[in-house]
Design a protein around this ligand. Structure first.
Ligand code: DNO
Length: 391
C-alpha cells in the first residue's frame, strides 16, 4: 500500500521535510482555510499541490472535501451547495487529484469524551466513555428523549455521576465533545459568539424529522448529482464510516455496518462511488467483523485508514495499539495487499507521547505516536508482502 500521512497544511508544525525523513510517500490534506461550502479554486489547489511536490511528495488524497449540513438535511441551500461541490471536484480533477474522502455524518464528525486518556506507560490516547456521553446528552444538552436511548444500567450510572461531577469536568466534556472534535473538523462551532451548547442545539434541530431513510435519500441524491463530474475526471469518492459506528444524539447515522455500506454502494452503483475503509471506526461497533468487511468491500475501497480500538465490557471504547484490538490490522492489510497493493493508506490516530504536545497537537494526530504506528504498520506490510511472494 502507498504510505500516506494526514498533514494539516502549511501551518502544520509537522513539516513535509520531517515526513520525507520518515518514509512517507503521499500526503493527505485539504484546503483547510476555505470555509465549508465554498468552492475550492483551481489556483489554490495547484498552489497546495506544488508546495507538496516541491518537498518531493505527492498530494495523494483529499481529506476531506466537506459535505455541508444543508446537503445532508436537504435544506434550501442544498442544490447551490452541491453545485459548489461539483465545481470543487472539477477543479481537483483539473489539477490531477483523484481520490476524495468525505463523510455523511450529521452535525458531528468523530466524537470522543476524552482526548487525553492516560495509559500506565505515560502515553495517552482518545477514549469514548458511554456514561459520560449519556450525561452530556441528558444533563448538558438536555435533549428530549435522550434517556430512551440508554439502558437502565447506564442511566443508573449517569445518576451516580451527576452527584459527583464538577463544573470543570462538565466544561471539559463540552470542550471535548463539541469544540475540539466537531469544531475542529468543521470550523463552525468555535467561532460562534454564542455558547457552544446553544449553537450545537441549533445544529441538532436542523435534523428534526430527518430519519435514517430521509438521510439515505439525501445521500443518494448527492451522489447522483456528483457522479458525472467524478466520471469525467476519474475521481474516486470515498465515504468515511461514521465514527463511532452507532446512533448518537438522536441523529440518524447511515455508514455504520455492512448493511449500510452495501446500501450506499448499490444505491449509486458507479465505480467512482467508493469507500474509505477506516478499520478503526468500524472496529468500535460490536456488530462489525472488520476483516470480513475488508474482504467484502475491497474492490470498492479506494483509501484505507489503519487504526484499531478495543471495546470494553462497560460499553466504552479506547483506541488500541495498531498491533492489537478489534481492527485486526494484520488481517486487514493482508486483504488489501492482495487485492490492490497500490491503495493509499494512512495510519490513523496515534498515541500522544514523548514531546508530541509541543507540536501544535490536533487530537489523534500526534507526530511520534503516528510515527511509531507507521513503523508497526510498515513491518506488517513487509511481512505480508514477503508471505505473498512465497506463495
Ligand atoms: C478523524 C477522521 C475524520 C475523517 C472525516 C472524513 O480522525 O478520521 O475526521 O477525516 O470523517 O470526512
Amino acid at each position: 500500500m502507498l504510505k500516506t500521512w494526514r498533514w494539516f497544511g502549511k501551518k502544520d508544525k509537522i513539516s513535509l521535510a520531517m515526513l520525507k525523513q520518515i518514509g512517507v510517500e503521499g500526503i493527505v490534506t485539504a484546503l483547510h482555510d476555505v470555509p465549508n461550502g465554498e468552492v475550492w479554486q483551481l489556483e489554490d489547489i495547484v498552489d497546495m499541490k506544488e508546495y507538496i511536490e516541491d518537498a518531493g511528495l505527492k498530494w495523494s488524497v483529499v481529506e476531506s472535501l466537506p459535505v455541508s449540513e444543508a446537503i445532508k438535511y436537504g435544506g434550501e441551500a442544498c442544490d447551490r451547495l452541491i453545485g459548489n461541490y461539483i465545481v470543487s471536484l472539477a477543479n481537483l480533477g483539473e489539477a490531477g487529484i483523484r481520490t476524495v474522502c468525505y463523510n455523511f455524518m450529521p452535525v458531528i464528525d468523530w466524537v470522543r469524551t476524552d482526548l487525553d486518556y492516560k495509559w500506565k506507560d505515560g502515553t495517552s490516547s482518545l477514549y469514548f466513555d458511554k456514561v459520560r456521553f449519556a450525561y452530556f446528552e441528558i444533563y448538558i444538552l438536555e435533549r428530549e428523549g435522550a434517556e430512551k436511548d440508554y439502558s437502565p444500567e447506564i442511566l443508573a450510572k449517569v445518576e451516580e455521576l451527576n452527584k459527583t461531577i464538577t463544573q470543570a469536568e462538565k466544561d471539559k466534556l463540552v470542550d471535548t465533545v463539541i469544540v475540539k472534535t466537531q469544531g475542529f473538523v468543521n470550523g463552525n462551532i468555535t467561532s460562534a459568539d454564542q455558547h457552544p451548547v446553544t449553537k450545537f442545539k441549533k445544529l441538532l434541530a436542523l435534523y428534526d424529522g430527518i430519519d435514517k431513510d430521509a438521510l439515505r435519500q439525501n445521500m443518494k441524491y448527492f451522489l447522483e448529482q456528483i457522479m458525472p463530474v467524478c466520471d469525467e475526471y476519474g475521481i474516486n469518492m470515498c465515504v468515511h464510516p461514521d465514527d463511532p459506528p452507532f446512533q448518537l444524539l438522536g441523529l440518524p447515522r447511515i455508514v455504520t455496518n455492512e448493511e449500510d455500506i452495501n446500501w450506499l454502494l448499490n444505491a449509486v452503483n458507479h465505480p467512482c462511488n467508493g469507500l474509505t475503509f477506516c478499520a478503526g471506526s468500524l472496529s468500535a461497533g460490536l456488530q462489525n467483523d472488520v476483516p470480513e468487511m475488508a474482504k467484502k468491500f475491497a474492490s470498492r475501497t479506494k483509501f484505507v485508514h489503519l487504526r484499531s480500538t478495543n471495546i470494553l465490557s462497560n460499553g466504552d471504547f479506547v483506541e488500541a495499539n495498531h498491533l492489537e484490538g478489534k481492527g485486526h490490522l494484520i488481517d486487514v492489510i493482508r486483504i488489501f495487499e492482495k487485492e490492490n497493493p497500490k491503495l493509499p493508506m494512512r495510519v490513523d490516530h496515534g498515541r500522544l507521547m514523548l514531546d508530541d504536545g509541543d507540536k501544535g497537537y490536533n487530537p489523534g494526530y500526534s507526530f511520534h505516536g503516528r510515527m511509531l504506528a507507521l513503523g508497526q504498520v510498515e513491518g506488517i506490510i513487509a511481512t505480508v508482502q514477503n508471505n505473498l511472494r512465497q506463495k
